[in-house]
Design a binder for this molecule. Structure first.
Ligand code: MSP
Length: 499
């Protein structure tokens, strides 16, 4: 099966922060998990570089838009490896190949009769690069997201006949109830559609920093259409000499934050219909990471620096925390205190201690070799259910619940250690076979749960599975007793305390 997952492409008018890291990490968990299932995976992220906001930020910084884009795109690109992101390509909308494909697709939209010339007037937020509808405008003509004053804009440009897609979109929502999730976001998108759709401007006459409109000299495409098309254009040029489009289009999952719901659940499917292209299977809308009750964003100044967190605690700790503490799909507050608590109680105590004591006991009691005993039947059934359940949850992008399923097994193994008290068995020679079984069960249980956790904790999983002498990540083998473990190496604490 092929699996294609995307993150939004991030604006280069600011540096990356934890909110961006969040979506990238979530997409990476899905990509890694699907690779472990043996799927043919493509994972895309990148930067959105055109439009007014970038031009304005560049002007303020006294550099050209391209210079600013180069600088900040590089920061987003550098964030990827620090997060453990295994993206297969990093798109920049300033790539000439992207520009050519945008021109091709949007010319097709025009040839199909969905574009006309007109005058646009409305309240415009330069930070969103978007006109606001009357109902969105905050008191004092302010942007509901940035709280800055909106500008009344008027210009001659080309329009996309979004209004004619109301019925096709309603049909899409009726026929594909999974198109947008969670359900509350589906309802929000559908009610936006039902509220009536106005045509929207497809081009900009004032802005220079963008992709030229082939049929209207002096105009560029509205940055949002240029940006949305990245999901499609990237497949055409990500691999030299190979067009990946037939292999991966339509996308399996677009992961987005709720701030860009309208673009992905209304404009984007309409645009694809207008171009005669197949629609993505799922748009999953996650919530906001909040600090002090407000969306974390550069413009509000309340950001946590992901680089600093990773320097101190490592990549896996951040990945774990973000998908554990805030249920994926909902809003949630993040804080240093909550992060530290999760780190200590769950990573260091639950998983870290389970790993170190399991490995230490195998060394102490069996000279570092896992006994060739069948695993305890009491745990086999519970562990059999793990992989199918996690697959089902990841299929629905329920990444927090899926992680909890794995964590239940970590806790189960810790209870098993206490129940079986291997240190007592070790004192009694007549219980040698029991001790063999307990140690074999613990080692196998640890291996299985680590394979499942590898999508969330890739660095830890590699260290641990290497120590167990079983580096295979395939989920097929994540069954108790499938492992045939032998000699195990010693390990340093996985999550050292007192950082
Ligand atoms: N460039 C557009 C997206 C174009 S996609 C075709 C854009 N860029 S952005 O840099 O503003 O990134 C927005 C996305 O970053 C959100 O949709 C979300 O995925 C992520 N987040 C940014 N701040 C966030 C939080 N505080 N919390 C969670 N996610 C956040 O919009």
């Amino acid at each position: 099966m092929s699996f294609y997952v995307t993150t939004p492409i991030y604006y280069v008018n600011a540096a990356p922060h934890l909110g961006h890291a969040y979506t990238t990490i979530a997409a990476d968990v899905m990509a890694r998990h699907h690779r472990q299932r043996g799927d043919d995976v493509f994972f895309l992220t990148g930067t959105d570089e055109h439009g007014e906001p970038v031009a304005l930020a560049a002007e303020a910084a006294g550099v050209t838009p391209r210079e600013l884009a180069d600088l900040n795109s590089e920061r987003f690109r550098a964030l990827g490896p620090r997060l453990g992101a295994s993206n297969d390509f990093f798109i920049r909308t300033s790539d000439p190949e992207h520009g050519r494909r945008v021109q091709e697709v949007l010319t097709r939209v025009k040839d199909n009769g969905h574009v006309y010339e007109g005058t646009y007037e409305g309240w415009y937020c330069p930070r969103c690069a978007d006109f606001k509808t009357e109902s969105e405008v905050e008191d004092g003509n302010r942007c509901p997201i940035h709280h800055i004053e909106l500008i009344w804009e008027q210009e001659e440009n080309w329009f996309f006949r979004l209004s004619t897609f109301q019925e096709p979109l309603e049909r899409l929502y009726a026929e594909q109830p999974e198109f947008v999730r969670p359900r509350a976001r589906y309802n929000e998108a559908l009610s936006f559609v039902r509220g009536g759709l106005q045509d929207i401007s497809l081009t900009r006459a004032k802005t220079r920093w963008g992709i030229a409109v082939p049929w209207a000299p002096g105009q560029v495409f509205y940055v949002w259409f240029d940006a949305l098309l990245n999901y499609y254009t990237a497949l055409g040029y990500a691999r030299n000499g190979e067009d990946l489009t037939p292999r991966f289009w339509p996308a399996s999952y677009h992961l987005i934050g709720k701030d860009i719901l309208k673009f992905h659940t209304v404009f984007w499917p309409a645009m694809l219909m207008a171009a005669g292209l197949p629609l993505p299977h799922n748009v999953f809308v996650h919530g906001f990471l909040l600090m002090d009750g407000e969306k974390m964003s550069k413009s509000l100044g309340n950001v946590l620096d992901p680089f600093a967190v990773i320097d101190r605690y490592g990549t896996d700790a951040l990945r774990f925390y973000l998908l554990r503490d805030v249920p994926f799909g909902q809003d949630g507050s993040v804080s240093t205190a909550a992060f530290e608590a999760r780190y200590e109680t769950e990573l260091a105590n639950d998983l870290g201690n389970l790993a170190s004591r399991t490995i230490a006991m195998i060394h102490r009691y069996r000279d570092g070799v896992v006994p060739a005993s069948a695993p305890d039947p009491a745990l086999v059934a519970d562990f059999e259910a793990l992989v199918p359940r996690v697959c089902e949850l990841v299929d629905r992008a329920e990444l927090t619940q899926a992680l909890e399923e794995a964590w239940e097994r970590v806790r189960r193994l810790n209870r098993y250690v206490e129940e079986q008290a291997p240190w007592t068995l070790a004192k009694d020679d007549t219980r040698a076979a029991d001790l063999d079984r307990v140690l074999a069960t613990l080692a196998e249980g640890l291996r299985v749960v680590t394979v499942v956790l590898a999508a969330w904790l890739p660095t830890t999983a590699t260290t641990l599975l290497d120590a167990l002498g079983a580096p295979d990540l395939a989920l097929d083998g994540a069954r108790l007793g499938a492992g045939a473990l032998g000699r195990v190496a010693t390990i340093e604490p996985l999550f050292p305390k007192g950082r």
